[in-house]
Design a protein around this ligand. Structure first.
Ligand code: IVH
Length: 700
């Protein structure tokens, strides 16, 4: 795509453009575009960013401003044109230039040997060169470029007709909006590939969904295909989709056929050179099927090391002349075959459904199945999330169910095999009363979960205490979930204030509690009394109050008691607090029991004051912004840097997730940086850039 010299000069150009622009607006726009296209390619295709987010954003902003000033300078392939404005109504049908076929499958060495024999027969020769590349588990897409510009993006649909999803495709930053096809006399070209979501982006996405009370998506494939068909392209942009292109399915030329378009291998390298994400680096060529088989077996053992899901490998005859000679059946080409990895699906029997109560009283159905071995683990228990999910899937006790576990993804039930029913299956009955304390369950309007409304329900009490001591709340190390449960079961602990009044003589007599562990435990309980007010508020486990809201609430008052009488109006006047959260907060503080508990905590010496009031109010320059520091910082002590962020109204997160705005990177940063890069939504700052941001009065 770029020579070393070109890369160097684009890099230097970028640095100059950050400082100043050329006087000629047309030239300036062209240069800014070139630099952004280069930066996107480095970041999204090469996974090797060269600019910090701050630099990138500065250049991008300059192009946007210039285009706003001179609208005639806007080109259809300008990086600013990925940004979509409105909602799509629906996706119009389009017919593919060539039908999108599927692949025949093989599962073992013998199948591959058979396939090799058939290939040789069909080709009429006794040695064939094969290419082998990953089979990406996502949603297939077709891209059409006309005169070098992306003209259309479509889903596979039924293989003949797909849906026009161009607006969404333009959001995928690894897909070039233009490419130098014209240089090769290629006027129209259709390229096919797969749209995928990286596993960690998918995991972060599901964590977010669960926090919002939504059932997580089953696997990255469903997430990719669902995202492609979302009606709001801006959402598509946020989801971190990427693409891998593995076939040129159609082209028309004004000239001779370019050299690359004679074989699959060269085509994939050529597309890569043109800036497309392709399997160029992963791909191998072999002349003997034995080597292909060996590669398949070795690759399968490494499948979990890849950043996205791969469900097999695809073996293709390299020469296009041979491919043409071999042709296709009505379903699949004869010149390609999939080698499928061992399934991560299995069937089992659904024996019963248990109902588990969580901290907020939500009752979750959990399927108990006969033990089944999938992808290296034994699965016996699978969350069914809520009643709606059970009804939608039409699950019955006694059903044979199809269970899937893809990579690191939690196992889930795909569907019951209704055809195997013998009539003995039973409907799943939802409890009307809490399985723990027997209070009647209630269901709020618009919510999927049934809840136990009894705040004294033993499970809820234990879960609330576990939440209170957890790392992001009061961080009482050494008093983990198991000890809380144990002390509760033994009657040594019955509520949160009880943590500060444990009977140490009794604990000393328990097995496993030596002097050392007791003194550690006492120390961390003692330390927790000095925790900040926001951690205490978060630790109270008020519904809908996460870490960010807890900070907003803590920063709004000098001491906790001030919140007792705040009404909905006062609460909603705070940033990011809507009526739902406000109602929950007001309800919590209005309850006598809760006030009593807080009074007890105060008596025990737990900090109830906000020592920084006014310094980091919600109106600070960083208000609503989240930061995380990683690696070894040289300019700041980490705790000082964190305090500075908080003083400006920002907050510190404990891990990289879609909630994170800024990752400040010191020396030898590791997995957090990788994760943030993959997420694509986090601004990555050097220490210097962080310092600049701190000193910038408008920053945040
Ligand atoms: S080649 C004519 N190569 O697998 C068929 N397909 O089961 C051309 N897929 O519909 C397909 N990775 O969505 C090809 N490296 C790869 C692939 C791949 C994933 C998908 C594709 C296809 C399905 C067939």
């Amino acid at each position: 795509m770029y020579s070393k010299e070109e890369e160097k000069s684009l890099y230097e150009l970028a640095k100059r453009l950050i400082e100043t622009l050329p006087g000629d607006p047309e030239k300036a726009a062209q240069q800014l575009r070139d630099v952004i296209i280069y930066a996107d390619w480095k970041y999204y295709v090469q996974s090797d960013p060269v600019f910090s987010d701050f630099e990138y954003d500065t250049i991008f902003k300059k192009l946007k401003e210039l285009e706003a000033q001179y609208p005639v300078l806007v080109t259809s392939d300008s990086p600013t044109q990925r940004v979509a404005l409105g909602l799509s109504e629906k996706f119009p049908p389009v017919s593919h230039l060539v039908p999108m076929l599927s692949l025949d499958n093989t599962y073992n060495a013998e199948d591959l040997q058979d396939w090799d024999r058939k290939c040789k027969e069909a080709a009429g020769i006794d040695e064939i060169e094969y290419c082998i590349e990953p089979k990406y588990d996502g949603a297939s897409i077709s891209l059409v470029y006309e005169d070098g510009k992306l003209a259309r993006g479509a889903t596979r649909g039924d293989g003949v007709m797909g849906e026009d999803i161009t607006v969404n495709i333009r959001q995928i930053k690894s897909i070039p909006l233009s490419a130098a096809f014209m240089k090769y006399g290629v006027q129209t070209v259709e390229i096919r590939g797969e749209c995928v979501i990286h596993k960690d982006v998918f995991a972060a996405f599901n964590t977010q969904r669960e926090a919002e009370g939504l059932a997580p998506l089953a696997n990255p494939r469903n997430a990719a295909s669902g995202t492609l068909r979302m009606l709001d392209p801006r959402e598509v942009g946020k989801r971190g989709l990427t693409a891998i292109l593995y076939q040129v399915s159609y082209y028309n030329l004004s000239d001779e056929t370019p050299e690359a378009l004679h074989s699959h291998y060269d085509t994939i390298q050529w597309l890569y050179q043109l800036g497309f994400p392709t399997p160029a680096k992963e791909m191998r060529r072999f002349k003997k099927i034995g080597e292909v088989i060996q590669f398949c077996e070795q690759f399968e053992a490494r499948r979990d090391d890849l950043p996205f899901e791969v469900d097999g490998l695809v073996i293709k005859v390299n020469s296009f002349a041979l491919q043409d000679k071999m042709g296709m059946t009505s379903h699949h080409p004869r010149w390609a075959v999939a080698y499928k990895f061992k399934a991560r699906q299995a069937t089992s029997k659904l024996r019963r459904v248990e109902f588990q109560v969580g901290r907020t009283g939500a009752v979750t159905p959990v399927a108990k199945i006969d033990p089944v071995h999938i992808g290296g683990v034994t699965v016996t228990s699978i969350s069914l999330f809520n009643e709606d999910v059970v009804r939608e899937k039409d699950l019955h006790i006694g059903d044979t169910v199809l269970v899937e576990r893809a990579g690191d993804v939690i196992p889930y039930i795909v569907k019951p095999l209704a055809e195997l029913r013998d009539g003995s299956e039973e409907k799943i009955k939802f409890p009307t009363h809490c399985p723990v304390c027997h209070s009647p369950l209630v269901k709020a309007e618009g919510e999927a979960a049934w809840r136990c409304d009894n705040v004294n329900c033993p499970t809820q009490v234990v879960e609330r205490m576990i939440h209170y001591v957890s790392k992001d709340a009061m961080d009482i190390r050494n008093l983990g979930g198991a000890n809380v449960q144990k002390f509760f079961d033994l009657g040594l602990l019955k509520d949160i204030p009880g943590i500060y009044r444990l009977d140490w003589d009794k604990i000393r007599s328990l097995e496993g509690f030596g002097e050392k562990s007791i003194s550690n435990l006492q120390q961390s309980i003692e330390n927790s009394k000095k925790q900040t007010l926001n951690r205490l508020i978060y630790g109270l486990g008020i519904r809908y109050v996460g870490e960010t809201t807890a900070k907003t609430l803590a920063n709004a008052v000098g001491e906790l008691k001030e919140l007792y009488d705040w009404n909905i109006e006062q609460l909603t006047s705070l940033e990011d607090i809507g009526p739902k959260v406000a109602t929950s907060v007001a309800h919590f503080f209005a309850q006598e029991e809760n006030r009593h508990m807080l009074h007890m905590l105060e008596q025990e010496g737990v900090n109830m004051k906000n020592s920084h009031k006014g310094q980091h109010t919600a109106t600070g320059a960083f208000s609503g912004k989240t930061f995380l520091f990683t690696g070894t910082l040289s300019k700041f002590k980490r705790s000082d840097a964190e305090t500075k962020v908080e003083e400006k109204g920002g907050s510190i997160l404990s891990g990289v997730s879609s909630k994170l705005n800024y990752l400040v990177v010191g020396a030898e940063a590791g997995s957090k940086l990788e994760k943030a890069k993959k997420l694509g939504t986090v601004s990555i700052l050097s220490e210097d850039e962080f310092e600049q941001l701190l000193n910038d009065p408008k920053a945040g």
